[in-house]
Write a protein that binds this ligand. Structure first.
Ligand code: ADP
Ligand code: MG
Length: 353
């Protein structure tokens, strides 16, 4: 057995770090009481890197992403702890005006529901032109808007630009929302299930588009429950369950050796339309100890108390971390890792099947 490290190494060299999230905690007040939707989430995104957040519905992916730039309704949501640094600037301490400027310029969001991202009373073109920097003349901005629509695969972009959102299909609205997000040439694109509402052909095109962005140095934080999309795009994966990240690491490493029992279960159940991915509400997860223990086939007494276990390195892979007691000091994770072979979700060789 190779040496085990107490925790994985840093995800990014400091010079390459664009986004750094540390111990983020977000509460949501509901009629049934307060839930901790995000419970101690830490991760980094490097420049030009694509990081994919995967996990079933209700695990806290959207709330995590919305907490970063302050686009959660407060109330009911409250960021109650942690830090978020973007290019050295603390976003949790930024005021509304600073956040608005960062969102209009350096960090762009694509939301889960494209229709709600578009304003029904303005044409697609008007909304795009508004998002394009003011340094352009009106005709240059329109030209750029048409090009952006072409890039996201809108046919006859030069005439469709004058359509209103209701004249677009759901998939086209999704593409228009992506075009608007790209209008400011953001350094970080945060995209929440951007390929969910589109057919396979368009999905392939969007994957190409997102890949091209990172080739140009843009960073992407992508939420998806489609492991094929993750396989096609991610440099690294973050696996989320019950408001915490239970496993993290480079794509190939995670797909080859999923180490957390939850990751293994998620991958095993994956068929492209997995029932886990379609869940809408978070199940009752324990609020102490390992969040996954109630469903875990490897649960032991030590999983019960305290905090979610820290992130332990898997074997000697310093970049592969798993929040599971079986990987801690003086433990033998062999029985848990034995399940990894059966859980390989999809090949990482390509997305052309
Ligand atoms: P995911 O994106 O992983 O599907 P979310 O981040 O949307 O999950 O949700 C995390 C948890 O927060 C879930 O339990 C969800 O029900 C709850 N939640 C999210 N938004 C709201 C809201 N506006 N009001 C009440 N609960 C919410
Ligand atoms: Mg979501």
């Amino acid at each position: 057995m190779s040496t085990r490290h107490p925790s994985p190494g840093p995800e990014q060299a400091e010079s390459n770090r664009l986004l750094s999230v540390n111990d983020l905690r977000t509460d949501i007040r509901t009629d049934q009481g307060t839930i901790r939707a995000v419970d101690g989430v830490s991760f980094e995104v490097g420049r030009g890197e694509t990081v994919c957040l995967v996990g079933e519905s209700g695990s806290g992916k959207s709330v995590t992403c919305r907490s970063l730039t302050g686009i959660l309704p407060e109330p009911p949501a409250d960021v109650v702890g942690g830090s978020v640094e973007f290019d050295g600037q603390s976003l949790l301490e930024a005021d509304d005006e600073q956040l608005r400027r960062i969102r209009g310029d350096r960090i762009a969001h694509v939301f889960q529901s494209p229709q709600s991202a578009l304003d029904p009373v303005y044409t697609i073109g008007d909304q795009l032109v508004e998002a394009i920097t003011i340094h352009n003349t009106a005709s240059a901005a329109r030209e750029r808007a048409i090009n952006l629509l072409r890039r996201v695969g809108i046919p006859r972009a030069d005439s469709r630009i004058d359509d209103y959102p209701h004249e677009f299909s759901g998939g086209m609205c999704q593409r228009a929302a992506i075009a608007i997000a790209l209008a400011s040439d953001p350094e970080l694109l945060i995209a929440d299930e951007p390929t969910t509402a589109v057919d396979v052909t368009v999905q392939a095109r969007l994957i190409e588009l997102l890949r091209g962005l990172t080739d140009d140095g843009t960073s992407v934080l992508l939420i998806t429950h489609d492991l094929r999309v993750a396989a096609a795009l991610a440099d690294r994966l973050l696996v989320m369950y019950g408001g915490t990240i239970v496993e993290r690491g480079p794509l190939e490493e995670l797909f080859d050796r999923p180490a957390h029992p939850y990751t293994q279960a998620l991958f095993e159940s994956y068929t492209g339309c997995s029932s886990r991915g379609d869940r809408t509400a978070r199940r009752d997860v324990p609020t102490a100890g390992c969040r996954f223990r109630a469903e875990c086939r490897h649960a032991v007494d030590t999983c019960v108390g305290g905090e979610q276990p820290p992130s332990y390195a898997v074997g000697d892979r310093e970049t592969h971390g798993v929040s599971c007691v079986h990987y801690g000091p003086d433990r033998d994770p062999t029985p848990v890792l034995a399940d990894a072979a059966a859980a390989r979700p999809v090949s990482t060789e390509g997305d052309d099947d």
